[in-house]
Ligand binder design. Structure first.
Ligand SMILES: Cc1cc2nc3c(=O)[nH]c(=O)nc-3n(C[C@H](O)[C@H](O)[C@H](O)COP(=O)(O)OP(=O)(O)OC[C@H]3O[C@@H](n4cnc5c(N)ncnc54)[C@H](O)[C@@H]3O)c2cc1C
Length: 314
């Protein structure tokens, strides 16, 4: 079976959830081979193996000292050497550029912001805020596919996870832009929005920049805080927390929408959540159509009571 290369996203040896989703997608197409820049720690190997990686290619850590270009050289070389069936990366801003450059080097095509992929590498895109689904295929060469995080559910399946070091001479041209410093983003106690099992989001219905009603419920549930674009545009919450078409896509086990109407652009970023709960004072709000449970009422009365009850039971 042909190999399918998956570029691994990891932070300090912790594999990101999106990589597990990519390995799941890769298994449909062929045999998943994880591509790790830097050392494959035991923890990393175990996790990648648990999600079906048959091989783990480790590439020199110095590749991470430069922006995008060396990663494209690495993926293009591996795809050619191994006659890969496809190359999968996460559709982050950085990796979409890696994908584009890799496809140019391979003389093939790139598909970005993909939400699903078939064994024939037909990629599904969700456009116009999820109103229309399109399908696309690369017609020549090795398809390079950038898949949106949280679009394909990760499913475990054991793989051999055999480690193989890649020898590669990165060109001087690819080393033109060196990373001179990295600043760690201040991290609060809450989980990362796109990785969280529980997300509590607030919308215009919150009514002010005092988002504590949303934050308190998120904290009671050990979840992340999200926001609608209306709340973000009003300056009530930072854009990094916006859920939707022009924000993040989330797919938690539980999504609680407080004072969010459920516009199609918001739904595009959360409608694959397993269980959706809405609190809205309007019984006609569109969010109720996709909610598993809903409370029609004032969020400022409902959410604090819910928070109190959860804290009491903990
Ligand atoms: C190109 C484009 C991209 C976009 N991208 C995004 C995106 O990424 N994410 C996004 O969210 N939107 C996006 N939007 C905007 C989207 O169309 C909506 O305008 C937005 O989602 C509305 O946010 P909202 O639900 O918070 O506000 P509203 O639509 O104003 O809804 C507020 C809701 O709160 C309820 N409410 C009010 N007070 C209370 C209360 N006290 N208790 C309970 N309920 C209450 C109301 O009944 C109402 O349903 C985009 C739009 C465009 C055109």
């Amino acid at each position: 079976m042909a190999e399918v290369l998956v570029l691994v996203d990891h932070v300090d040896g912790q594999v990101k959830k999106v990589t597990l989703e990519l390995l799941t997608a890769a298994r449909r197409i062929g045999e998943p081979s994880a591509v790790v820049v830097g050392e494959a720690t035991d923890e990393l190997k175990a996790k990648l193996g648990e999600y079906g990686a048959e091989k783990i290619y480790t590439a020199p850590a110095e590749i991470d000292d430069y922006v995008v270009a060396p990663k494209a050289e690495l993926l293009a070389k591996l795809a050619a050497d191994k006659s890969a069936a496809a190359v999968l990366v996460s559709a982050t801003a950085e990796n979409k550029e890696v994908a584009g450059r890799t496809a140019v080097k391979l003389g093939s095509g790139v598909l970005t912001d993909v939400v699903d992929v078939t064994p024939e590498v037909v990629a599904e895109h969700s456009i116009f805020g999820g109103a229309v689904i399109t399908h696309a295929k690369v017609t020549s060469g090795v398809p390079v596919v950038a898949v949106r995080p949280n679009a394909i559910p990760a499913e475990p399946s054991s793989g051999a996870a055999a480690v193989e070091a890649v020898e590669i001479e990165i060109s001087d041209a690819a080393k033109a832009a060196r990373i001179t410093d990295r600043v760690k983003q201040e991290k609060g106690a809450r989980p990362e929005l796109t990785e969280a099992a529980v997300v509590v989001s607030g919308g215009r219905g919150v009514g002010s920049e005092d988002f504590s009603v949303v934050e308190n419920l998120a904290d009671a549930l050990g979840g992340a805080v999200g926001a609608s674009r209306a709340a973000v545009d009003a300056g009530w919450y930072p854009h990094a927390f916006q859920v939707g078409q022009t924000g993040k896509t989330v797919s938690p086990n539980l999504y609680i929408a407080l004072g969010i109407s459920g516009a199609i652009q918001h739904r595009a970023g959360m409608q694959t959540s397993k269980t959706i709960v809405a609190v809205n004072k309007d019984p006609e709000a569109p969010i109720l159509e996709i909610s598993d449970f809903a409370v029609v009422g004032d969020l400022h009365k409902v959410a604090p009571q819910l928070t109190e009850e959860i804290n009491k039971r903990k």
